[in-house]
Ligand binder design. Structure first.
Ligand code: KAF
Ligand code: ZN
Length: 642
């Protein structure tokens, strides 16, 4: 195979005299040769991407200087490979080629960071990226006494479990102090270098390049329309939760007309509010829907949680995880080395090796994340026989939606009871509202965050937001869209965007917003295929081969067609629509509207919460002791005054 491919290239070279010069570009009209060259490219690409993925895996599961350098070297090497492939793909005149040959060749002409001409700059970008990722992953917050805490599991547990305003503030601010300011200089350079790469790929800036992956001109208009359609639902959830938090934390910290302090919503970024379900549960007497206590009580470990998820995929007739997957994945946080804990799913491009890396904690949150990650692996397994250029989601949002779609079935109380993760379940209106509230705290609360992350980055890349106002503009968006405020004032000495993994790790985020729309469209379609009737919120596609086939057939397409085609294949519809999501939540929407009568929706009031007390309490008692000492001293002075 390698020899034949080389002959084709050699012939092209002789024909053009100078194989990679612009004189040769677009001169070969022979589609058979193009197809042959693509097959050759595919074999080489599998090997090249395997090598660089191995290096990245080694680094992310064992952050050392040596592994970092090996990864950078491998990235530079694979960039040279991508560049050469682009040059060779450009030799063809595709005008009369079939849709498929054209699509494959076109994909090879856009090469991401590899487009940076200057080798030093390419290496510099890789260095900047590795530095940002490792500083984020190694970030720790140290209490005055006791062990330092990393994000997973230490700080995450505090954010989800603590109801102490000051302690939450300690973890929230501590994390931002630990990983924010030190990322700023690198991030400035990162923006410059990413823009250089994107311009070299033919885009105005890196934001435009990221948007181009969605292959539709009006992508941002579509998003804005979806957002507008959903914001009334968010506003209602926000007002309801704000009232409950007001009842708990009081008027020092909550205004009923203003934004909510960002640190009391159960999550480091206020992106999911599921962890404060107990504070806002509509009907206290209905049966519990939190599986965390059961997971702990029943002695679940990471492997057993992964098995439950794998079994669900299998029940649909979808592909199960492979022996290599179980042998090589990292599903627990090692205690003998630094790793990148943020969950991810890996395709080593060799059609055999697929892995998950996750620092699993025994919680409901992580149980759902396992399904999310396995959804990525399922996609990989379904499209593994396509050419490498087509091994990706129909768009990035599709990739993010697969596992979440199945998790919509898994999360239903009836399903959780059936697999022994809930003790008892009620089946009445109150139980439905409690359940929908838990889903809304996860899915609806997420929407504005999912939208604003890349709104901020698009503006950074196009120069509308500059380093002088990185943090101020970040908080403008956080307040405008999420209706939250920082617990204490922020300045440009802070760099809070860097406290969210996807910013220092160069991972686009709009995919998750798209996914939150798509997963309800997929869920509805699969429920219909499974013969489900009645409320969408009750649907569980467990064991349905029909639902599995519907999904699997779409996944098998990879990115060989534009996404509207993939969407049509599974839903019969070519457009993103919020309707299935709105249908799913309809009972809760009506309930919230009723609860909020007399409540002022929105957060128009310019308001900031009072300063939290000092934490930990030892510091408070030290402070209080000195206050008491002064009082006693003053009394003595008065008493003994002659
Ligand atoms: C998703 C679902 C529910 C709630 C919230 C989210 C958003 C988001 C978050 O903020 O936590 N979720 C994740 O980041 C899950 C990790 C991942 O699976 O999306 C992971 C992120 C990642 C990590 C390293 C490099 C690139 C991306 N994505 C993948 O592993 C992945 C992405 C595309 C294809 C295949 C795998
Ligand atoms: Zn994901």
């Amino acid at each position: 195979m390698a020899v034949r491919g080389s002959i084709v290239l050699l012939l092209l070279g002789i024909f053009c005299y100078l194989p990679s010069s612009s004189r040769c570009q677009g001169t070969n009209t022979n589609e058979t040769q193009a197809i042959q060259w693509l097959a050759e490219y595919n074999e080489l690409a599998m090997k090249a991407y395997f090598e660089s993925t191995v290096a990245s895996w080694s680094y992310q599961t064992d952050i050392t200087d040596q592994n970092e350098q090996a990864m950078i070297d491998a990235n530079v090497k694979v960039a040279a490979f991508a560049k050469e492939a682009r040059t060779n793909a450009s030799l063809f005149d595709m005008t009369n080629f079939s849709y498929d040959t054209k699509r494959q060749l076109s994909k090879l002409k856009t090469i991401g960071d590899a487009a940076i001409e200057d080798q030093d700059k390419l290496e510099e970008l890789n260095n900047v990226l590795a530095g940002m990722e490792s500083r984020y992953s190694k970030g720790k917050v140290c209490p005055e006494d006791g062990e330092c805490l990393s994000l997973e599991p230490g700080l995450t547990r505090i954010m989800s479990k603590s109801r102490n305003y000051a302690e939450l503030n300690w973890a929230w601010q501590g994390w931002r102090e630990a990983v924010g300011p030190s990322a700023k200089e690198d991030y400035k350079r990162y923006v410059e270098l990413k823009n250089i790469a994107s311009v070299a790929n033919g885009y105005a800036n890196n934001g435009d390049y990221w948007k181009s992956w969605y292959e539709v001109d009006d992508f941002t208009d579509q998003l804005e329309n979806l957002y507008q359609e959903l914001s009334p639902l968010y506003d209602n959830l926000h007002a309801y939760v704000r009232r409950k938090l007001y009842d708990i934390y009081g008027s020092d910290y909550i205004s009923l007309k203003g934004p909510i302090p960002a640190h009391i919503l159960g999550n480091m970024w206020s992106q999911s509010w599921l962890n404060i379900l107990d504070l806002v549960l509509p009907y206290k007497d209905a049966s519990s829907i939190d599986v965390t206590p059961v997971l702990v009580r029943e002695g679940y470990d990471a492997r057993r949680m992964f098995n439950v998820s794998d079994e669900f995929f299998g029940s649909l007739g979808l592909k199960k995880m492979t022996p290599e997957f179980w042998a090589e994945s990292m599903i627990e946080k090692p205690d003998d080395r630094e790793v990148v804990c943020h969950a991810s799913a890996w395709d080593f491009s060799n059609q055999i090796d697929f892995r998950i890396k996750q620092c699993t904690d025994i919680t409901m949150d992580d149980f759902i994340t396992i399904h999310h990650e396995m959804g990525h692996i399922e996609y990989y397994l379904q499209y593994k026989d396509l050419p490498v250029v087509y091994r990706g989601g129909a768009n990035p949002g599709f990739h993010e939606a697969v596992g979440d779609t199945l998790a919509l079935s898994v999360s239903t109380p009836k399903h959780l009871k059936a697999v022994g993760l809930l003790d008892e379940v009620q089946d009445d209106y109150e139980a439905d509202i409690n359940f929908l509230m838990s889903m809304a705290l996860d899915k609806i609360a997420f929407l504005p965050f999912g939208y604003l992350m890349d709104k901020w980055r698009w503006a950074v890349f196009d120069g509308t937001i500059t380093p002088e106002n990185f943090n101020a503009e970040w908080w403008k968006l956080r307040t405008q869209y999420q209706g939250i405020v920082p617990p204490t004032p922020r300045t440009e000495a802070n760099f809070d965007p860097a406290a969210k993994y996807h910013i220092p790790s160069d991972t686009p985020y709009i995919r998750y917003f798209v996914s939150h729309i798509l997963q309800f469209q997929f869920h509805k379609a699969m429920c219909e295929a499974a013969g489900h009737t009645g409320d969408l919120l009750k649907c569980d596609v467990y064991n349905s081969q029909e639902a599995g086939k519907l999904l699997g057939d779409m996944l098998k397409m990879g990115e060989s067609k534009e996404w509207p085609e993939a969407l049509e294949k599974i839903t019969g519809n070519r457009t993103m629509t919020a309707q299935p999501l709105l249908d799913y939540f309809q009972p809760l929407i009506s309930w919230l509207e009723e609860q909020n009568s007399g409540e002022q929706l929105g957060w128009a009031e310019a308001w900031t919460p009072n300063e939290p007390p000092v934490w930990p309490s030892s510091a408070i008692s030290a402070h209080q002791t000195s206050v008491w000492a002064s009082v006693v001293l003053a009394s003595l002075v008065i008493f003994f005054k002659p």
